[in-house]
Design a protein around this ligand. Structure first.
Ligand code: ADP
Ligand code: MG
Length: 483
């Protein structure tokens, strides 16, 4: 196995969140919830005599993505017809871009779990129109043209990804960037973001690439990961047993957890690309590029670096908090409500992320369980010493489960931390009297028993004692016994 290494290039299709379609003012609707064929017009149906008009908002969104990926924006870009016949494509051709794409030569930095980073080259990003959607039921095929003509950006990498993990890191990073830019929701289950993986394997003695297959129908990053692992193992086996790999378009069968051949490619597809005669060439002035660049929001890497620099977060903490825009905003909102940066980060990652895992809730939905403002109140109660850290975790869990407020829970349950030395000393005396043997052993030199005795005192206080104060008072008393 170790003689082989995976070679992966990803093609990502992202629908752009414009109001109207790529080439007409037909509205864009949610392709899952809207009734079929309700958002169609003569242009998206490709009726004879209709002419396309370029949606400049889509061009600007696409340019934003290109700039965020460090692409060059060539001064001239042009649409082209890609001809093929399929029932989801009413015109018999898709308006796409061919030799003059909007964005070229970008790069995305990814980080792997071993802490290493790698730059993935983005070959190009071009604009096109989405196709309709086919649904096959009981031997019949139904077509919905709501999606036909929706602006689509295709982002293509060089074959620079060498593991399923790297492909996952790239896909996540790209999705985050699209979300930060506000041009795509990143919801793969709705198909607004779709990934195709080109996969081959390379033997350590190879000097060039081997035949690749292309896997489609990946409707989550998890499926993509599994499909790559499966396909890499399949190809290695096929090369080793002499069978070899044929160039093919494959699908991922979610039920069987395996790739299946959809069609073999004998030669390059014959799309008969030619410049779209019904649309003008777009000239992109440098002023326009700079205007668009100036509208870019703070991107994930920049936010991560700033959190480290300005808030003193660790690289790891800053990375996981900025990995999803919703989470980053949640964190920023909690800080704006007066919570301390470090404690908020620790509690978010340590408690809220754990609750997400426990309940299978997406991190971006955290605010629907506990608002940023309420989260900040809880953090402040802990930081201010009203409740100790352990009680804080219990209160936050209850907030998550019941929607109650931090203050409310602390008050109702009388959880406020005890810092009254009179009360603390009483409990310490009680616990020491009840655990004479432990106390005697400590006095005789067994230092490690301090924690155990401390536990007894805290139990007496039902966990509400101010830990620093208890520890100090208890140590004083115990050490006095040693004379
Ligand atoms: P085209 O679509 O014009 O055929 P390519 O075949 O060069 O373009 O590339 C399409 C995608 O396949 C790109 O993402 C590229 O990185 C990837 N790719 C190309 N060759 C290989 C290979 N041998 N193994 C894995 N991926 C590849
Ligand atoms: Mg392609």
């Amino acid at each position: 196995m170790s003689d082989w290494k995976p070679i992966i290039g990803l093609e990502v299709h992202a629908e752009l969140l414009t109001q109207s379609k790529m080439f007409s003012n037909c509205p864009v609707v949610d392709s899952v919830t809207a009734a079929p064929n309700t958002a169609v017009d003569p242009v998206s149906l490709g009726l004879p005599g209709t002419l396309p008009v370029i949606n400049m908002q889509a061009v600007e969104y696409a340019m934003m993505v290109g700039l965020a990926l460090g692409c060059e924006i060539p001064p001239i870009n042009q649409f082209a017809r890609k001809s093929y016949f399929y029932p989801d494509l009413p015109k018999g051709y898709q308006i796409s871009q061919y030799d003059r794409p909007l964005c070229v030569n970008g790069k995305v930095e990814i980080e792997l779990s071993d802490g290493s980073t790698q730059v993935i080259r983005v070959r190009r990003a071009h604009l096109e129109e989405d196709t309709g959607k086919l649904t096959h039921i009981d031997g019949e095929s139904l077509v919905d043209y709501n999606r036909a003509g929706v602006p689509l950006l295709e982002i293509v990498t060089e074959p620079d990804l060498f593991s399923a993990e790297a492909a996952e890191a790239y896909a996540r990073k790209l999705r985050t960037i699209l979300q930060y830019l506000g041009v795509n929701t990143g919801d793969m289950s709705k198909g607004v973001l779709r990934v195709e993986a080109n996969i081959s394997v390379m033997h350590k003695d190879d000097t060039g690439y081997r035949t690749r297959t292309e896997v489609k129908n990946l409707n989550s990053i998890r499926s993509m990961y599994r499909a790559i692992e499966y396909e890499v193992a399949r190809q290695i086996k096929a090369w080793e047993n002499g069978e070899g790999v044929r160039q093919a378009t494959m699908g991922w069968d979610e039920n069987k957890q395996r790739t299946v051949v959809q069609r073999y490619k004998e030669s390059a597809d014959e799309y008969r690309y030619f410049p779209e005669p019904d649309l003008p060439i777009i000239e992109v002035s440098r002023e326009w590029v700079e205007q668009v660049r100036a509208t870019l929001p703070e991107l994930p890497d920049a936010k991560r670096d700033r959190f480290q620099r300005e808030l003193g977060l660790s690289h790891y903490d800053a990375s996981v908090i900025t990995a999803e825009q919703e989470v980053a905003h949640y964190y920023e909102d909690a800080l704006a409500a007066g919570a301390n940066a470090k404690t908020t980060a620790n509690t978010l990652i340590g408690t809220l992320f754990a609750l997400c895992n426990r309940d299978s809730i997406e991190r971006e939905a955290i605010s629907s369980k506990v608002s940023a403002r309420e989260f900040a109140s809880l953090v402040k109660l802990v930081d201010g010493g009203t409740i100790n850290k352990q009680t804080g975790t219990a209160v936050l869990t209850e907030m998550w489960e019941t929607g109650a407020t931090a203050e409310g829970i602390v008050k109702d349950k009388g959880l406020a931390q005890v810092s009254d030395t009179g009360v603390l000393e009483e409990s310490i005396n009680g616990a020491m009297a009840a655990n004479q043997e432990l106390v005697n052993r400590y006095a005789a030199g067994e230092d490690k028993l301090l924690g155990v005795i401390m536990g007894k005192v805290m139990a007496e206080l039902k966990g509400r004692g101010n830990p620093q104060l208890v520890k100090q008072l208890l140590t004083d008393k115990l050490n006095a016994l040693r004379g």
